[in-house]
Ligand binder design. Structure first.
Ligand code: HEM
Length: 160
């Protein structure tokens, strides 16, 4: 059942939620590098505590927002009354970028933070933990780049 179209109140409300989840999600994760830097400078138990807080609470709301984001995107397509379609190039590309964002976070950033937190607790070498933590920082910058790509797709909608 079609209950709204682009420009309707319902559509705009879902768009607001979609943009909000994007800001909270990617925006929240984008700040992770600041905590990584402070943790690296502190080192030891204090550094481990900072990374632990980031792993347990700092990134938990952003990642949950990111899990909701694609459903709101799909809802917008449904609500657009055939103005947008799942087959549109920019929509397919958005899914690829979205999967890449989740992949970089779970495959690169989170494991690196966990590893360094454990190394700091057990007293591993500072040089080694610094090298691993740099992986998390690199991942965060990739994430920021993917955010720009996602925004390009959302705003310019290439192929539409
Ligand atoms: C997962 C796949 C995604 C789908 C299916 C999707 C779908 C959509 C749709 C249909 C719109 C409405 C476009 C309009 O009314 O002009 C939209 C807008 C938007 N999306 Fe997404 N989106 C996805 C991912 C993302 C991601 C990853 C981000 C950023 C992290 C994002 C951020 C935005 C923003 C900021 C807008 C507002 C653009 C504007 O109004 O000009 N979306 N999206």
């Amino acid at each position: 059942m079609i209950i709204a179209a682009v420009g309707d109140g319902a559509y705009k409300f879902v768009l607001l939620l979609h943009i909000l989840t994007a800001i909270i999600g990617v925006g929240g994760l984008a700040m992770g590098w600041a905590h990584d830097t402070v943790a690296r400078r502190q080192g030891g138990q204090a550094g481990a505590a900072i990374l632990d807080a980031e792993l347990r609470s700092g990134s938990s709301v952003p990642i949950r927002a990111l899990y909701v984001l694609p459903f709101l995107g799909i809802a917008l397509i449904v609500l657009s009354d055939d103005f947008f379609s799942m087959g549109d190039m920019w929509v397919s590309a958005s899914f690829v970028v979205y999967v890449a964002i989740i992949g970089v976070y779970h495959g690169m950033i989170r494991p690196a933070r966990k590893m360094v937190r454990d190394m700091m607790v057990t007293g591993g070498s500072a040089g080694e933990s610094e090298a691993v933590l740099r992986r998390a920082t690199t991942g965060t910058w990739i994430l920021n780049g993917l955010l720009v790509v996602a925004l390009y797709l959302m705003i310019w909608k290439p192929g539409l």
